[in-house]
Design a protein around this ligand. Sequence first.
Ligand code: 1PR
Length: 537
Amino acid sequence: SSSTSKVTLLDYGAGNVRSVRNAIRHLGFDIKDVQKPEDILSAERLVFPGVGAFAPAMDFLNRDGMAEALCMYIEKDRPFLGICLGLQLLFESSEENGPVEGLGLIPGVVGRFDSSYGLQVPHIGWNSVHISKDSGILDDIEGHHVYFVHSYRAMPSVANKDWISSTCNYGDSFISSVTRGNIHAVQFHPEKSGDVGLSVLRRFLDPFRTSKTKKLTNGKASKLAKRVIACLDVRANDKGDLVVTKGDQYDVREQTSDNEVRNLGKPVELAGQYYKDGADEVSFLNITGFRDFPLGDLPMLQILRCTSENVFVPLTVGGGIRDFTDGNGRHYSSLEVASEYFRSGADKVSIGSDAVFAAEEYLTTGVKTGMSSIEQISRVYGNQAVVVSIDPRRVYLKNPNDVKFKAVKVTTPGPLGEEYAWYQCTVSGGREGRPIGAYELAKAVEQLGAGEILLNCIDCDGQGQGFDVDLIKLVSDAVQIPVIASSGAGSVEHFSEVFQKTSASAALAAGIFHRKEVPILSVKDHLLSHGIEVRMS
Ligand code: 1PR
């Protein structure tokens, strides 16, 4: 029976494999880790979740004969499931920091998405796939969205067409899965694709049992969906418990005599609820991380661990990611801090204050030192794992040329009739304004290797009056990485507005979800009725 069967996992410690583990366990299977090549050869079922960059993964496989064992296992047609990089490594080579030679089992070269005609790269989000061959494991995903996050992809060709079981359309049509006999690999993340994704894993792990289960009903997915993200601002209250809080223009204290930190619930519970409600992603922001050392903050790591056991969509965590020296003089790099978050279940980390300092330095010197948190973390975990959270404040101007920062004509004039504004970046949770605009910051961090931008607006935060469309349009038109619109959602109409008027890839809200004013499902129903594609779970 499934409860006793073991799944062998090939994990080389490069990123968040915790979610694959959690998903396998959730489905009732035990995991055995590969320690040596013989463990591959003796596996009953082997799962290879590739994360990070191509070259370090190949280095790992080429050490101690893992690659030979893996090729032998696959050539014997033993049950194999590769995920993401675990698909790409089967090909002949990759252009990622290369060419770098792959395992060479499937003809073809893994190349980068072509962003030259405005395509946002990385390809992040929920997309549909076109199934071209019966693989036995994809039966439930036709017509649904699954979660992708990658900058490189393999392309269909005459030489590899027999392998292809599905393709996905993003810019062009790339290979989203391959199948031959018992060998399967998928470019998307089944462990991050909600129930639909779990069904892929279940069908691989237990083909006999699942062949009898009822198919999920078919949806109508056809392209990359706009994402709806639930955000949990987390901090310790005055008693020391981590609570979900929510500010008004970043002020999280109650306007009562005792001035308590506003408490809107427990982080793990709320995250679980939002997953069930259909959130496409959950973000945790440790909002006092800028002053506390996050690795001293074990409760936050614990929250991530617990959440990732039951939440099978992407998790982002931010707050306090920077180089740090503790009270004993021990130095921690931002990479070490981020690694601890990834190990605990985060898929992406979000960097606020430290990104502002890095961008300022880069714009002043014109030199990429390679030492900034953005560069260090994206080099090891990939661009897609690094989100930059921008916390700008609107500064009205009579004349756009009054500042050296990019200004826009605002939809609603300022208090003195000013028709323009620039958006000043802040650090330390909005406490300090810096000499850099949101536009300049976004472009700089994109060049430093950020894979996504979480665009807040202090003026709009918690006001429920809608997103700052002027700001979001300014930034989402300026960069090719995905932009998450944040701050100010008060009704379902605000979501359709931001997607219709800007190129935002996702919209994030906090207050309306915490206060149960607007359910996630009604946001999605509304978007669908306005012809905006969303993932329906
Ligand atoms: O600077 O790297 O330590 O990161 C700190 C992180 O904490 C940053 O991402 C920063 O945005 C966040 N943060 C700091 N202070 C606050 C605060 O509220 N006092 N929260 C804060 C930012 C803004 C959004 C919020 C949206 C949507 N929260 O995350 O969820 O505005 O809210 P709404 O839908 O209710 O309007 P570092």
